[in-house]
Design a protein around this ligand. Structure first.
Ligand SMILES: [Cu+2]
Length: 204
């Protein structure tokens, strides 16, 4: 227990060191971001995202889902709320059309539970272009779903990194998945791009 504690502490210290080495604007912008989220209004739209296929004839693999998620993650690292919204719509469509036919009944249930939740987060991100703080709240929860999804379906052959930002959400912290070993923080964006630590390398 003591040993575990020491390791956790060591990781936390490294994480904080990485965060503090970035510029000072971050504190102000994070405070703003937190203010925004409380006032944020949940908007969803009734229209179907472009490219969504309700006939389920399109075969969407886990690779396509990951690609849309990474597109979104990279939009957030650039503080680009509109690109994040576009990726949200793509990701929502990918979740709806994800092909689970070859999975066992148990696996199908697991995946359906994950995508039921995840597609709502994708939808909110898609519908809230212009409110990046609110989009990032959903991205936090969506990233947890993505980690679970990858655990069941694999990564489609690519290496992913599970990264952790210790500062986001009043220091509650948040995870994200990345295709690069280098830390590029999607929660704090350009204010603190290097804040975070890699926690896990995920290989399929
Ligand atoms: Cu929302």
């Amino acid at each position: 227990m003591k040993k575990y504690f020491a390791i956790t502490l060591a990781i936390a210290v490294v994480a904080l060191a990485a965060c503090n080495s970035s510029n000072n604007n971050s504190t102000a912008s994070q405070t703003d971001a937190n203010k925004d989220t409380t006032a944020a209004v949940h908007q969803t739209q009734d229209t179907m995202p472009a490219g969504m296929n309700m006939n389920n004839t399109t075969t969407v693999s886990v690779k396509d889902v990951i690609a849309a998620y990474l597109q979104m993650k990279n939009a957030f690292t650039n503080d680009n709320t509109n690109d994040a919204a576009t990726a949200g719509k793509n990701l929502q469509a990918a979740f709806i059309n994800l092909d689970t036919k070859t999975l066992s009944a148990d696996q199908q249930k697991t995946i359906n539970d994950i995508t039921d939740d995840a597609k709502e987060h994708a939808e909110h991100i898609g519908a809230n272009g212009g409110n990046i703080a609110h989009q990032r709240e959903h991205f936090d929860l969506l990233s947890k779903d993505m980690a679970d999804l990858v655990k069941t379906l694999g990564t489609g052959g690519q290496t992913l990194y599970k990264d952790f930002c210790p500062m986001y959400n009043n220091k509650k912290g948040a995870y994200w998945l990345s295709e690069t070993k280098e830390i590029k923080n999607p929660y704090l964006g350009k204010a603190m791009p290097a804040c975070g630590v890699m926690k896990e390398e995920i290989k399929q």
